[in-house]
Every structure is written in structure tokens, then in C-alpha cells.
Design a protein around this ligand. Structure first.
Ligand code: KIV
Ligand code: ZN
Length: 538
């Protein structure tokens, strides 16, 4: 039987990035976009161009950067939004304008204060307007799952006649059940006379934990585009997770006989990059990418796995890019073995990068007896941060205990000069960060701090993520070391370097400006992330 092709529309950088804690700066969005391209997504929604200059600039930059993916920008059904979206995506090899209008009576009456007829006319007119700019236009009927079905069919027919090549029926508030999705998609497929001229998309939110089940039901009923995000990040309870949809199709191809372009071995790396950038780890029991997704703790399971892995494993860790290996490196390992292991893990790095990483690896091996894949990944990923390096850690000494006030003496280097300060605090981390603050003479406060072990053993690497603010912006940082105080100082310094670099660009008048800036609006869809200044260092 010939299988139908499913198109994966990734909206990690638009719907996902709108979620609190997930905002990314320009450089981070480009890194994520390139990884999504490596993952093989068909369409990449790079942002909401009219929402802010930062969004516009990142949609524009991603459009120029990626080569094999359709790049879309979201826009409301307004001419000025559509113009901004087109300006931002026009350099892409395959640009798409994605415009939307709500169609449920609830939204029409209370939000848009519009009649059904007016909304129909507007939708058709805006699709025509967008089609005059580019050949690939997607139209979304916001809150489709609470829209009257006859009216929905009328709008779908109208926008297809106006030139939409994709029509999306989102479950905006995560209200639908799989049965609702089947009914809605089959009705539209059967009743809309020109449905053969466009493809239907599903875009499900996860408020009832049904986003993936709903997406699969929609695909089974005839939709051919699934809109989703890495790890299911998104507003409220999030969107459907791309890795769950794709692995659902791959593992249960008997039920979902579709083809897709996703390179599933890139799934784990995509999720790790998201964590590295945002500092947010998926729940350990999260399907496919959680730390425990392939761990078999119970004796019965382990016994079964040893006898035949099919007893308890429905997909292999390797199929999603999780390397299951017992190869362990240590201080006697040579550069060749190190390089080979990195290559096996999928890192193709230049000679200079390998050289510098190998020396970091040797330092680590002096402190940690055995180095496993997760340590190597942490090493490569912490050194792949392209953050500015103004301040570097030279030395630190802390004095701490339960009967005393902690004291830290920190020495930092800036260029060829070193600076030292001593500070006290309620704990060694606090004292160290205060010493850093005294040296850099740029006050900041710590907004968020998290510490996690990279591996399980006593000599595990500690990974610290911080968020700091100087009142003008929010800056993220990440640091890795076998010493948690050192990891804390390193993560603070990576955030500090972003902060001082940003302050210097502002005082030099070098803030990022997109070309042909349109008139930006603080749309409600971006309400929270405007608060988080788009500067971070994962
Ligand atoms: O959830 C939703 O309805 C959306 C649309 C803007 C596509 O994200
Ligand atoms: Zn959405």
C-alpha cells in the first residue's frame, strides 16, 4: 500500500517560544532553526514578525540561514501584519505567510466583535492579499474545534478558493478529544468541494493532555500537516510534541501508515539543544526524550530486556539518537579515541575545536575517573555556546560551614588584567556571586538558579543554570564542573558576559535593527516573553 506523506510544521520558535521561560535570542533561534533543519522538519515557523523588532529580525535571519525548509511567519488577518510577515520571510528559498482569524462564535462575539459573515469576508480578502505577495499561504481558523462545522466548511472552501495552499484547524484551547478531531477533519474532507486543492493541518494544544492523540486522530482522518513543537513546549500546557507524533507514526505504522521526512536520530539532539538554550530540562518521565524514557530499573524488566529487548522496549534508544554504549573514557584515553567517540555521538567538529575540547577533557579526566557520553555531551555543548567572553574565571576560594557566614574570594580575568574581590553571603554560592558582582561593578540580581547532576555517580559533573537581571534585561547562563561552586560561578559569568556585552552595545548605539522595520505591535500572543529580554546564554 502506498503511504501518504505527512508534513511536519515545527512551531518551536513561535508557539513554543511564547511559553514562559522559553524565550531565545537571535543567535539561539538560529542555532535551533539549523537543528530543526537537520531534524528534517518540512516547515519551520520562525516567529511572529509584527510582534516585536526581535521577532522580525529572527524570522528574517532564519529565512536567510536555512536552505531546505519552508520558512513561515505568523500574521493576524491584517494587511500590515501580512506585509511584515512577507518582509521577514521573503529571503527564504521557500517563504510562507501564515495568517489566522478566529472563527468560533465565542471569539467572534467577545474578542473580534465581528459577525460570521464579516469574518468570512475578511479571511478570504486577507488570503488573497497574501497570495499577491507569495505563492505559499496558510490560513488558520483559530479556535476551530469550537467552531460551527457548517460555517467552518464555508470558510475553508472560501480561503482555498482565494489561494490558500494549507488550511489549519487548530485546537487552540486544547478542548478537543480524538473523536472530535476525527469528526471535524472527516467532515471538512468530505464536505468541502475544493478540498483537493489544499492540505489540511492540525495544531493541537495540550490542556487535557490529548495534543498528540488528537494530532494522530486528525492525521488518520485525512489531515496531512501536523503542527508541533520540540518537547511539546508552548503556551499553558503546551503543544503537541513533534517527537511523540513522529515516533508514534514510526512505531505504530500499522495504525498510522504515513511517510515523513524526519530524521528520528536527531530527536535527542534537538531536545538537548532546547534544554541547553533555555535551561529547562524535560520531565524525566517525558516520552521519547525524558532521562528515564529508556531506563529499565525493575529487576523483572532488566531480566526480560537481557533475554530479548523486545520484551519491554517498543523502540530503541538509538532510533531517537540516544547512544546506548558502555564505552568509557578516562585520563589515559588519547585524542584519537576522544575524537572517535565524539564522531559516534554525531559531533563533527573542526581540528581547532577538537584540540581545545581535548584539553578540557583532560582537565576533567584529572578530576573525574570515568567519563561517559553524558559528560562528553555536557562538555561539547557547554563549549559550543557562542557567548562573548569579557570576564573569565581565574581562581576562587570559599570558606563555608554551618557555624559561620560564608566568604568567597574570587579572581576574574578581563583581557590581560586580573581583578580580585572578597564577599560574604548566606551560603558559598551567594558569596561567590556577590564577589563577581563587586568585580564587574554592574549590579544584578539572581532570578533563578538550578543545579543538576549530569550523571549519577559521586564524582558527577554538576550543571548549573542561572537567570540574572540588571533591571533592563534577563540573561541566562550555564556552567558545568565537578565542583558545584565553580559551575555556579561559570554559569553566572556566562550570563554576566551577555549582560555587559548588551550594555556595551546599547551605549554604543549598536542595538539590532532589522532591515525595513515595519510598525511593531505588542500583540497579546507575546505578552509574557516581552518581559524576558531576549538575551541569554544557555
Ligand atoms: O493555537 C492556535 O490557534 C495558534 C494559531 C495562531 C495558529 O497558535
Ligand atoms: Zn497554538
Amino acid at each position: 500500500m502506498e503511504k501518504d506523506r505527512i508534513y511536519i510544521f515545527d512551531t518551536t520558535l513561535r508557539d513554543g517560544e511564547q511559553a514562559p521561560g522559553y524565550s531565545m535570542n537571535l543567535e539561539e533561534k538560529i542555532r535551533m532553526a539549523l537543528q530543526l533543519e537537520a531534524l528534517g522538519v518540512d516547515i519551520l515557523e520562525a516567529g511572529f514578525a509584527i510582534a516585536s523588532p526581535g521577532d522580525f529580525a529572527s524570522v528574517q535571519a532564519i529565512s536567510k540561514e536555512v536552505k531546505n525548509v519552508v520558512v513561515a511567519s505568523l500574521s493576524r488577518a491584517l494587511e500590515k501584519d501580512i506585509d511584515a510577515a512577507y518582509e521577514a520571510v521573503k529571503h527564504a528559498k521557500r517563504p510562507r505567510i501564515h495568517t489566522f482569524l478566529a472563527t468560533s462564535d465565542l471569539h467572534l462575539q467577545y474578542k473580534l466583535k465581528m459577525s460570521r459573515d464579516d469574518a468570512y469576508t475578511k479571511a478570504v480578502a486577507m488570503v488573497k492579499y497574501a497570495r499577491n505577495l507569495t505563492g505559499d499561504v496558510e490560513f488558520s481558523l483559530e479556535d476551530a474545534t469550537r467552531t460551527d462545522l457548517d460555517y467552518m466548511c464555508k470558510v475553508v472552501e472560501g480561503v482555498i478558493a482565494a489561494g490558500a495552499s494549507v488550511v489549519n484547524l487548530p485546537d487552540t484551547v486544547g478542548y478537543a478529544t480524538p473523536e472530535d478531531m476525527t469528526r471535524m477533519i472527516s467532515t471538512v474532507m468530505n464536505k468541502v468541494p475544493n478540498m483537493d486543492k489544499a492540505i489540511l493541518a492540525v495544531h493541537c494544544h495540550n490542556d487535557l493532555g490529548l495534543a498528540v492523540a488528537n494530532s494522530l486522530a486528525g492525521l488518520k482522518a485525512g489531515a496531512r500537516q501536523a503542527e508541533c513543537t520540540i518537547c511539546g513546549i508552548g503556551e499553558r500546557a503546551g503543544n503537541a510534541a513533534v517527537e511523540e507524533i513522529v515516533m508514534g507514526i514510526r512505531t505504530r505504522n500499522d495504525s498510522y501508515p504515513f511517510e515523513y521526512n524526519i530524521n528520528t536520530e536527531e530527536i535527542s539532539r534537538s531536545s538537548r539543544l532546547l534544554t541547553q538554550i533555555t535551561g529547562v530540562k524535560p520531565n524525566p518521565s517525558k516520552a521519547i526524550v525524558g532521562a528515564n524514557a529508556f531506563a529499565h530499573e525493575s529487576g523483572i524488566h532488566q531480566h526480560g530486556m537481557m533475554a530479548n529487548s523486545l520484551t519491554y522496549e517498543i523502540m530503541t534508544p538509538e532510533s531517537v539518537g540516544v547512544m546506548n554504549t558502555s564505552l568509557i573514557l578516562g585520563k589515559h584515553s588519547g585524542q584519537h579515541a576522544f575524537e572517535k567517540r565524539l564522531a559516534d555521538l554525531g559531533y563533527t567538529l573542526g581540528k581547532e575545536e577538537i584540540k581545545s575540547l581535548f584539553s578540557e577533557f583532560k582537565n576533567l579526566a584529572d578530576r573525574k575517573k570515568t567519563i561517559v557520553d553524558r559528560d562528553l555531551i555536557a562538555l561539547v555543548e557547554s563549549s559550543s555556546q557562542s557567548s562573548p567572553v569579557t570576564w573569565e574565571l581565574e581562581t576562587f576560594v570559599v570558606n563555608s560551614g554551618n557555624l559561620m557566614t560564608s566568604t568567597a574570594c574570587v579572581t576574574l580575568r578581563k583581557g590581560d588584567k586580573t581583578y580580585q574581590e572578597v564577599a560574604m553571603g548566606t551560603g558559598p554560592v551567594y558569596a561567590s556571586l556577590r564577589a563577581v558582582e563587586k568585580i564587574i561593578r554592574h549590579p544584578f540580581s539572581l532570578e533563578d538558579y538550578s543545579l543538576q547532576a549530569v550523571t549519577e555517580h559521586r564524582d558527577a559533573l554538576g550543571e548549573v543554570h542561572v537567570k540574572i537581571t540588571d533591571g533592563r534585561g534577563m540573561y541566562r547562563g550555564r556552567g558545568v564542573s565537578t565542583d558545584v561552586i565553580e559551575a555556579s560561578i561559570l554559569s553566572c559569568l556566562s550570563a554576566v558576559n551577555r549582560m555587559v556585552d548588551d550594555a556595551a552595545s546599547i551605549s554604543n548605539g549598536k542595538t539590532l535593527k532589522p532591515t525595513s522595520p515595519p510598525h511593531f505591535e505588542n500583540d497579546m500572543l507575546r505578552s509574557h516573553s516581552d518581559k524576558e529580554k531576549e538575551n541569554s546564554d544557555a
